[in-house]
Design a protein around this ligand. Structure first.
Ligand SMILES: [Zn+2]
Length: 210
């Protein structure tokens, strides 16, 4: 599997591009900004985008989605519980003092247990509310890979002080949905360096002593 990670935009959101080497079909996760750079990577690998996945509707993860959809024709998917965040995109833009991006309801909602495929890549949707009410992760078992959005970071967890945030729920989501995965699962967080489930199980201070 082709996997490229591009930190995009002001807040350097990790956009993941997953590509099937045989069919050249791809899934793009969290195209928050810098669509020309994302397109260049797609072109370099000769990839055709099949699905655009948004882990949660914070502006730094969703802002470029409509633009990428227009360029590729690929549908956008996210969880319906983040629709309130999409409706307040102007407020989110004011937090970052940036212009309000064009956003829209998804082409279909993502829900727990659903599979998103591109060629031989099969990503399982894990519903992990807490950072936002509609937060999801994408787990690709064959590649031992988890795209974690802002739910889990190397040595930290997502902030819960923004609208829809809930600390208890976030920790429960991580314990029930992520800490139950194999230790060697590579975790690509929404920002910052990669980690593994095993490392976070051992060292993440937010996951110790309940
Ligand atoms: Zn976020």
């Amino acid at each position: 599997m082709i996997h490229e990670i591009l930190p995009v935009g002001l807040l350097q959101c990790n956009c993941s591009i997953l590509g099937d080497e045989k069919t050249r079909e791809a899934i793009v996760i969290d195209p928050g900004d810098d669509i020309p750079q994302i397109q260049a990577v797609l072109q370099r690998h000769g990839l055709k985008v099949k699905s655009i996945i948004i882990t949660h509707a914070h502006i730094d993860h969703i802002a470029g989605a409509q633009k990428l959809k227009r360029l590729t024709g690929a549908p956008i998917f996210y969880n319906e519980k983040d629709l309130p965040l999409v409706k307040m995109m102007d407020v989110q833009a004011s937090w970052l003092r940036m212009p309000t991006p064009e956003v829209a309801p998804p082409d279909a909602f993502l829900h727990e247990g659903q599979t998103v495929s591109a060629g031989d890549i099969h990503g399982k949707v894990l519903y992990t509310p807490g950072h936002t009410q509609g937060s999801v992760c994408l787990y690709i078992p064959e590649s031992s890979l988890l795209i974690a959005g802002d739910t889990l970071f190397a040595g930290s967890v997502g902030r819960t002080d923004l609208p829809g945030g809930d600390t208890r729920q976030l920790i429960h989501s991580i314990q029930d949905q992520i800490m139950t995965l194999p230790d060697d699962t590579k975790v690509v967080p929404g920002h910052g360096p990669n980690t593994t489930v095993g490392e976070e199980r051992e060292q993440n201070p937010f996951l110790q002593a309940q």
